[in-house]
Every structure is written in structure tokens, then in C-alpha cells.
Design a protein around this ligand. Sequence first.
Ligand code: GAP
Length: 595
Amino acid sequence: MSKSPDSESQLERMEKIVSLAKRRGFIFQSSEIYGGIGGFWDYGPLGAELKRNLRDTWWRTMTRDREDVVGLDATIIMHPAIWKASGHVDTFADLMRECTITNKRVRADHVEPQSGSVIKFIGAKSPNANGGWSIDRVFTVLMKQGEHIESFRKRVRLLLTQNAGIAAGKPDEIELLGEERIDVVTDSVDFHPETGGLLNEARPFNLMLKTYIGPTATENDIAYLRPETAQAIFAQFKNVCDSSRVKVPFGIGQIGKAFRNEVTPKNFTFRSREFEQMELEFFIKPDEAVQLIHGSVAIWSEGADLSEPQPNWGWEMWHRYWVAERTAYYAGIGLSSEVLDYTWQTKADLAHYARACVDILFKFPFGTEELEGIAARGSFDLTQHQTHSGKQLEYFDEELKAACDKLTAEQKSTFIAEAYAKRFNPDTTLEETMAFCEKLFKGLYIPHVIEPSAGLDRLALAILANSFEEEVVTDEKGKSEMRTVLHFHPRIAPIKVGIFPLLKNKPELVAKAREIVSLLRPHMAVFYDETGAIGRRYRRQDEAGTPFGVTIDFDTLGEEKPEFKNTVTLRERDSMQQRRIPIAELLPFLLSQIL
Ligand code: GAP
């Protein structure tokens, strides 16, 4: 949910970012030479590198650097029963409304309030087009406050010819019939934001994209392109447990494509129809199991130490821990706390099974919007898949079994009574609580899950927006110019270092520069550039977000100043400071900055 209104300068900033993204090869419209396709985007040479670096930082932080998380790489198309079990077939829908003139769709919660006069027409005709045509139905359009009646009529004629194939011919030839002002509205959400046409009632629209498996293409062959990567993790939970010697608490992380037939894709790549998610399902013991093993459960309170996971943590500590971990991750790639915000869902907003959910938001130029959601989902997902697949997805916890074996019958009864009194869902019956506890006493439970779920494309957009700056710089001669710079953190910058021989027609300089390229290329993305004045070459790399530039000049050759032999100029993008550094120190220095 957007938190701040758009401002003129912010929208202008966004336009500049979109334009730079295309000009420098970060992001292109998909299928652009055919007019584009709404909600799909391609990443150009710099964008592909940026995205790959972001993906790698997530994977490293969330899986490789941790002992308690493993990875998964599942298929995009899975058994359709998975989406029935997860609830996506029945409930993964947005409320959608349709323009009654053009059939253009809009998400019900994306209709901006509009004011003006409601104008009804009883039809339209065009005597000159292909022998003439007419529309014999009533249609209603909003004439926006401040809109001139003649411009309005022109707009309506255009609507009829340009949209939904209602009419053919030239707009000027259309005669609008029975024009009548029937109402004046203020802040109405009943008109399409683009066309102004009256909207019909809201209807649910399932967001999953369908396809068919096999050659017959009947209803029985329907499959879905996954709308999230998470469900594959639940579906493969047992295989991962059986093959990987993991012990709860542990997580399974996955990065991959997801598809949603968004009603109104918008804000550049922010809401796309094809995008990439980076999701972790972190499985934890139910609080009751923690209680049985440790005699108490650590509950979160303000100021709680979240630095190191502890065996007696309950779900809330784990949830808060992951919010802190994810916040630290964002700080590590340049998104500090000043540009982030958090929305905690209230109890009333939460899904019936969820215990907590927080959205991490980024302050995009078009508003403060969700970057990642972190949900405590209880045991809902695994329970659903256990029920629908008929396969046991319970986890056997040796530690729990050992602890329960020491309990007397009386202690077990007391535990059941306490568990019933503290049950999360008031609808849970005593019988259900007893059955759950009896399983626990045998060491069995369905793990609960904490789910940090982030969007890679949204993150790339946030990084672009956060890094973009235009600044006026003045050189030693007092000449000022505008510098466009992307302040990417070196860790995620598409190109880490630009290599520039001072002059391209001096073979000794070029050879030395090529030597440095060969030295660095096995370790990082480098860009060799020998054309144009050195200042222009710096600017080109500033705009690409390259954090370092290395210039090879005559001092490098040490002909006049032997003390500078085998040194180069290292320029730092943000400060534009330059210093001399021995070539031998280049690689260790750059590696220390980018890892
Ligand atoms: N498994 C949980 C889940 O999918 P979500 O909030 O629907 O939760 C998680 O999606 C993240 O995926 C979002 O925070 C966002 O970053 C990204 N995302 C969702 N829909 C998107 C879209 N249409 N375009 C781009 N990114 C999207």
C-alpha cells in the first residue's frame, strides 16, 4: 500500500530513471519492436549484470553463508493440485472492474477518485464510415472537472474509434446522440482512470496464468505458471529433509521466475506480469515443542537480543530475527534505514492462519511501496499439502521425543490443559489439542514457517531509484556541467572498474592497460574504454554506476618519474577523488571493496 503521495519532482525523477534505464541498457520494454507487451520487461547488458549481482548477494547471504539454510531450484510448472492445496485456485484473485465502453480493466483498489459531470449518451452514429454504422446503447462518461465540453466530446469520439473496436472511421465524423448531464460527482471511484467510462461492478479475477500440458489442450490438461516460488519449497519439504540431514530449525531458499496476470501492471517494473522472487521458507518448531524441550519459550519484547538464534526461541523471536536479518541485508547493498519503512499488518488484516506479517517498504519516487513481505504462517502450508497429497509431512524431532519420554502421565495431562488454554486459534477444540499434543509426545509435528519473500525486479528498481543522482560539478578551470551518476554499492555494481589508457595511440599505454584488464577480469566485471577525453570516459562510467576507474598514463611507464613506475590513477566514482596506487595493490584493494 502506497504511503506517500506523488509529487511533481518525484515523478520527473522517475521519468529520468526510466529514460536512463533504457539509454544505458539496464531495462527495455519486452518485444519493443512489435509495440511492447504490457507488464513484461527485459534486462539489457547492464541490467542483467545488476540483477545477477543482486541475486548472488541474496543467495550468498541467505543460503551459502548460513549453516541452517539450503537451496532449491524447482520447476515453474508444477502439478495443478499444488495450487488447489495452497488456495491459489480458489482465492488468488484481485477485484477487477471493467470500463463499460472499452472493456479496459482496472484493479478495483487502483481507481483514483475523480470529480466532474456525468454525461450520458443514448448512442452514436457515423454516416460516412464504410456505408455507416451506429451504436444503439446507452453509455456514460465522466467529463472531468475543468475539461472543456468540446475537448470532452472529441475524447469520447476517440474512445469509440480507438478502443475495443466499437466503431470504424474518422472520429470527426461521429455523431454523439442524446447527450445529457445526469449527475455531478466528487471523488467518485466509479469511472475508469484513463477512459473516464463508467465502471461495472467489481468481480474477482484470478491472477494465475494458465497453460496446457500435452497436445490435447482440454480442461483436464490445464496447468499454471507458478504465481510464487514458495509452494515448490513446501512440496519438496520431505525430499529435502530426507536427503540433506537438515534439522528444524532450518530453511529452504529459492530464487526464480513467478507469473501473475496483474490487472493493472504499473510503475515501470514494479508491478509486472513476469518477475523473479527470492523466497525463504524457514521451518521452526511449534512453540509447544520448544516448551517441552526447554521448559520455557523466549518471547519477543522491545530490545530483545536478536543477534544470535537461540534454541528456546518461539515463533515471534524468529519472525523478528528475520526482519532484522533482512534489514541488515538491505543495508549491505546500500538501502539504509532512511529509505526503508515497515508496515505491520493488524490482526484484522492477517490471513486466518497467519500470526504476523510485516512488509518492508522502499521509498520509490512514485510512493512508499512493498519490497518484501515477511510472514509468520504457522503450519498452514505444510498442513494443506499433507491433507491434499495424502503424504505424511510431519517431522520427527529426536530432541523432542527424548524430552517427552521423561514426562509422567500427569505432566502430560497438565501440558495438554495448558496448551488448550493458550491455543492460538480459539476455534481449536480440546480433541484437536489433545491429538496435536499426543503427536508431540511422540516427537512429531508439522513445522511452522517464517517466510521472507522478496521481489528481485522490485529490488533492482529500488536500487536504481536509490542510486540515481544528477549533480552539478565544476572542474579546475571553473567549467560546470551536469553529472548523472548511479551510486551503486560496489558489491552490486554491474561493472566494478573502468580501465582507461590515457591515449589510445600510444601502444605502450594500451599494452599496459590491457595487462591490467587481464589481471582483473578473472575476478570481476571490468570495462575497457580508450575512446574520447578521459573526463568523458569517467562520466560514461559514472552513469553506468561503475565505482572505480583506473587510468594508465605516462607515469605508469616510469619514463620521467621512475618512482611512479607501475602505479596507476585510481578514481573513486562518488567522491571523484583520484590517488596513485601500485598495480600490485589494485586487485586486493578492489576485491576488498566488492566482496
Ligand atoms: N510467497 C509469498 C508471496 O508471494 P507476495 O507479497 O505476493 O508474497 C512477494 O510477493 C514479493 O514478490 C513482493 O514483496 C514483491 O517484491 C514481489 N512481487 C509480487 N508481485 C509482483 C509483481 N507483480 N511484480 C513484481 N514483483 C512482485
